[in-house]
Design a binder for this molecule. Structure first.
Ligand code: PHE
Length: 364
């Protein structure tokens, strides 16, 4: 190369340089075209950055041309330098504009995708309400708590020992049949309790008198479903044990509860009955709240509706729980809570209470 240049005459060298300058000018203009064209196809910020590096970077194409300027004459150098700078500035400008355009495009995309319509109605939050059974249970609880009773709880999966044996229910009693009771164990030692009365035993085992409790809860019997039967229903057990408690206390207590729930005028009727764990025993009816005692479909023309079973706690049951029947006596009762609820609100089908139809439940 050097040998070749030395061999050139001065005018030849001038021609050579002229050709080179023209080539560089062309190349620079071509680069600008290329850059602007590539720029118009750019869609993302990373594509833009790659383009910027390619044309304007330290190892980019314009820098490469500027590096060749060493071979130019002193007159030509500023001409090419200026042109290169103009073209670099032009490309820089275009890149800057593109960058701004991409940013605002991104923002408007984000704004349209996150659009918030403040005129759409808000979510409606409906406040729940108590089930009619819960409403009546709460009323009953309040009445008993007002008389000094505590609330006791017992398991729904119960030992037959508590639900049958300790309650003086003989091995031959029909309630013990597999057709009546949901046994959990083959050996009949555990079942879904068929009454809340085992809670009496659990309370008396753990506490000496005075005892005054009620115990609401679910009970289970193998009954077919109809307007008055369900395999699961609710009872409220009651138990009072103290010195000198009699049937008169039972009557006074239950009459008070009935008059608070159904009004002062609502009469009660105590009928003799039999339960293995109370002696004497009775069933308690209230005057039909639908017809006022005249006789109607609800009370099957009798004028009365059965509400609960009750009695004086059997001395055997007391003794079996470690309470001396010579010193203490008591009364117990088991209220049908679902029946009580139906009478309270005039509901004529038990199934309505368990179907969870909101059209029904929203009325309470
Ligand atoms: N447990 C009895 C029943 O389910 C009701 C009852 C309770 C009777 C307490 C007497 C004493 O029918």
């Amino acid at each position: 190369m050097i040998i070749f240049q030395l061999a050139l005459l001065p005018w030849d060298r001038g021609l050579f340089l002229l050709i080179e300058v023209v080539g560089m000018k062309e190349k620079l203009k071509q680069l600008k075209e290329e850059a602007l064209q590539a720029l118009s196809a750019v869609e993302t910020a990373s594509e833009l950055e790659a383009l910027r590096v390619k044309f304007l970077g330290k190892k980019g194409e314009i820098t490469a041309i500027l590096k060749q300027m060493g071979s130019l004459s002193a007159e030509e150098r500023p001409v090419i330098g200026q042109l290169a700078n103009e073209i670099r500035a032009g490309i820089e400008d275009a890149v800057g504009q593109k960058s701004e355009a991409l940013a605002s495009e991104g923002l408007s995309k984000q704004l349209t995708s996150e659009v918030l319509d403040v005129t759409i109605p808000g979510k409606e939050y409906t406040i729940g309400r108590r089930h009619p059974i819960t409403i009546v249970l709460d009323e009953v609880k309040e009445i008993f708590i007002g008389m000094g009773f505590d609330i006791a709880e017992g398991p729904e999966v119960e030992l037959s020992l508590y639900d049958f044996d300790r309650l003086n229910i003989p091995a031959t009693h029909p309630a013990r049949e597999w057709t009546d009771t949901f046994y959990i164990k083959e050996d009949e030692s555990v079942h879904l309790r068929c009454q809340t009365s085992p809670v009496q035993v659990r309370v008396m085992e753990n506490k000496q008198p005075p005892i005054r409790i009620i115990s609401p809860g679910r009970v289970y019997r193998k009954d077919e479903v109809d307007s008055t039967h369900s395999p699961m229903f609710h009872q409220i057990e009651g138990l009072v044990v103290d010195k000198g408690v009699t049937m008169a206390d039972l009557k006074g207590t239950l009459n008070l509860v009935v008059s608070k729930l159904y009004g002062e005028d609502c009469k009660t009727r105590f009928r003799p009955h039999h339960f293995p764990f109370t002696e004497p025993s009775c069933e308690v009816d209230v005057q039909c709240v639908v017809c006022g005692g005249a006789g109607c479909k609800t009370c099957k023309q009798s004028g009365w509706l059965e509400l609960l079973g009750a009695g004086v706690v059997h001395p055997k049951v007391l003794a079996g729980c470690g309470i001396d029947p010579e010193v203490y006596s008591g009364f117990a009762f088991g209220i049908g809570l679902d029946r009580m609820t139906m009478l309270r609100f005039g509901i004529d089908d038990l199934r309505l209470l368990f179907e969870n139809d909101l059209r029904f439940l929203n009325q309470f």
